[in-house]
Design a protein. Structure first.
Length: 166
């Protein structure tokens, strides 16, 4: 299904977050990545029980964010939270929403580049990132709802900023 990432795409998102945080991919254990994907699948299956139709990209990105944060890549919780957030934002750059009678017809939303879009509004971007990283680092379970809403709102702001740049 179009909005449902394959294992290879999930791995790409994970390694995007790793590289964005200046961690050498060579230092990442294969078992950690497999464990993250397993937790992602568990989270998505769990959340799927509470959603009508298919999970949109923002909900799936939240499942990945929570999986990376739980499993961890490094011994530093703040870096792990930042990796998780970067991976989730990367996933949200090409989002899908599901429409139709059964909410199962994929609709591709406008693509964005968060880094490029938020160059104009870096203070809000940095504040949002720091707030989310702090919530993830402190182990505060802000709730899945809070995370996917934040991802979606960040996406909407990126779209607005993208249009301002044009």
């Amino acid at each position: 299904m179009e909005g449902k990432p394959k294992k290879e795409q999930l791995i790409d998102y994970i390694f995007y977050g790793i590289v964005e945080n200046n961690i050498s991919p060579k230092l990442v254990r294969k078992q950690s990545v497999e464990k993250i994907i397993s937790h992602y699948t568990h989270n998505a299956n769990y959340l799927d029980n509470y959603v009508y139709g298919e999970l949109d990209t923002f909900k799936r990105a939240t499942c990945l964010l929570l999986a990376i944060n739980k499993v961890g890549i490094t011994k530093d919780k703040e870096i792990d939270a930042s990796i998780a957030l970067d991976a989730a934002f990367k996933m949200c750059e090409t989002p899908y929403r599901y429409t139709g009678k059964n909410a199962d017809e994929p609709k591709k939303l406008e693509s964005v580049d968060f880094k490029k879009s938020f160059e104009i509004d870096s203070a809000i971007w940095n504040q949002s990132r720091e707030t989310l990283i702090k919530a993830l680092t402190l182990g505060k379970n802000a709730g899945t709802f809070t995370y996917f809403l934040n991802l979606e709102l960040s996406y909407r702001r990126a779209v607005q900023l993208k249009k301002i740049r044009q």
